[in-house]
Design a protein around this ligand. Structure first.
Ligand code: HEM
Length: 166
C-alpha cells in the first residue's frame, strides 16, 4: 500500500506532512507503570513508578535531525533523507496502538483530499507581501498550534464543484 502511494508526488508529500505533523502533535506516549524494579542504562526504575516515553525528544534529537524545529517534510526525501520514525507517536511494545494502520490510512486520505482540493497558503498584507507568524504549540499529551491565519482557496473549478456538491 505504501509503495503504491509513493508512486505519486502529491500523495508522497501528503504522507510526509502527516508524519512531520505527528512528531509535533503527540509529544508523549501514554503513562505506563513499572511492574518490577529495573535498571535501564544505569537508571534505577522502582516498581510502581510511572514511565512516560519522551517521544517529542526522540523526534527532535539534534544528533539525528538537522534543524529539528523547522517544518520540513522534505527532510524525509532523497539520498540524504533523515530517518523517518513516524510510528513512534503510536507507542511501543505490547500496548502499541492497535488503531495505528487505520489512523495512518485515514490521515493519509484526509491530507491527500485536502491538498487535492485546496491551495493553502500564508496570508498577505495590503502590499502583497506574505505575513509571517510565530505559531506557539500547546504542551501536554496532545499538542496543538495556537490561532494563526492562512488562506484556503479551491485549486480549480473542478475542485470547487466537488466541494460544493451535496
Ligand atoms: C493519529 C491517531 C492515533 C494516535 C497518534 C494514537 C496513539 C496511541 C498511543 C500513543 C497509544 C498508547 C500506546 C502505549 O501504551 O504505549 C494508543 C493506544 C490505543 N489506541 Fe491509538 N492512536 C491513534 C488512533 C487510534 C485509532 C483510530 C484507534 C481505533 C480505531 C486507536 C485505538 C487504540 C487503543 C484501543 C489503544 C489501547 C491499546 C492498549 O492499551 O493495549 N487509536 N494509541
Amino acid at each position: 500500500m505504501f509503495k503504491r502511494r509513493l508512486k505519486k508526488k502529491l500523495t508522497e508529500s501528503s504522507e510526509l506532512i502527516v508524519f512531520q505533523l505527528m512528531t509535533d502533535d503527540i509529544p508523549e506516549g501514554i503513562t505506563h507503570c513499572a511492574r518490577e524494579d529495573k535498571i535501564v542504562e544505569g537508571y534505577f526504575i522502582p516498581k510502581g513508578a510511572s514511565v512516560i516515553a519522551n517521544i517529542w525528544e526522540m523526534l527532535h534529537d539534534e544528533n539525528i535531525y538537522k534543524d529539528p524545529f523547522s517544518f520540513k517534510p522534505e527532510r524525509f526525501l532523497g539520498p540524504d533523507a533523515e530517518p523517518d520514525y513516524g510510528n513512534l507517536p503510536f507507542g511501543f511494545g505490547r500496548r502499541i496502538c492497535p488503531g495505528m494502520h487505520l489512523a495512518d490510512a485515514s490521515l493519509f486520505v484526509y491530507t491527500a483530499t485536502i491538498l487535492a482540493s485546496f491551495n493553502i497558503g500564508k496570508p498577505k498584507d495590503k502590499e502583497g507581501n506574505f505575513i509571517e507568524q510565530d505559531v506557539e504549540y500547546s504542551t501536554g499529551i496532545v499538542s496543538v498550534p495556537g490561532p494563526f491565519s492562512c488562506t484556503i482557496k479551491p485549486r480549480s473549478p473542478t475542485a470547487l464543484a466537488n466541494i460544493m456538491r451535496d
